[in-house]
Unconditional design. Sequence first.
Length: 340
Amino acid sequence: MAPASRVLLSALADESAFHLSAVEQFTALAAIGLEYYSLRFIDVGKGIKNVMKLTLPEIQKIRHLEDKYGLNVASIASPIGKIKLLEKADGTKNKFVPFKKYLSQDVSRACELAHAFETKLIRGFSFYPPRGAKPEDHMEEAADRIGQIAEACHRSDLTFGLEVEANLVGQTGELLAEIYRRVNHPGLVLVFDAANIIVQGFSAAEVYRQWEAMKPGLGWVHIKDYRKVSGAARGKHVDEMSLAHFVPADVGAAGHLRILSDLRTMLPALTKKLQRRGIPGVFLDLEPHVRGGGQFGGTSGPDGMGIALRGLCKVLDKASVAYHLRDFDDLLAARGLTDS
């Protein structure tokens, strides 16, 4: 199968580990056959840290372990953009940082980390409007800031991926697509996540409509799903810490089969588009949350991650989307041998 005709499988590595140690994360991912991972929370001996807080010795240790376990970083799963747009009390614990400082410190740090881990992708978000406000009323300000982030990434030969998620300005596919249209920058792509939409009370048909809205800007896809949400109030604040029914992609309500079948038709062109920016292909990044999830992360455990991967592979097989998991030839190659 031509590389342009298949997806690249990855996972938020911290979801695979109960204690978040680097060894536990990498062991779980290597064992289930993954070659890529996204870096978010990790413990390399000095306690659990967000990727943004890693020291140079910790980065070096992680890189050494990556080589040992045969892993590469798909993206820096940063929290960039998960702060308030305005310095205004709104009943949330979201912090506010003056944007000039944020751009020069946090965004620059994310770019440094991407280079340190040899990835071209930084995941981020579209900022929190005041709770209860209409996101449309804050579209201009959010788009301006995201445009500056995209430019900073672009100047560093990187790409910023903007993820759809509840409570942010870009909380739906249509809103995120409008941000993408207004920013109109080669350093910006969109990250689709079906579960982040369905937890807001949307049906599978509406999730697909939002997928279609995001397709012109699509960069990669986060994979998690959710049981049907009953009575969720669309457009209202979602209590992310109360969400407790995340499931693998083959048993959820979001309609991943239809979405990934459509992705198959896009793969050759999208892969070539991304490769022109130095990105190896179209990532499907597992973030299953099957043991629970919240505003800044989730957990699945090694068994949950394995179940979620097998569920995704079932859907990909039904959708006739090609992918690769480690096999014996990969093991031989890692040992410097060939099967002759």
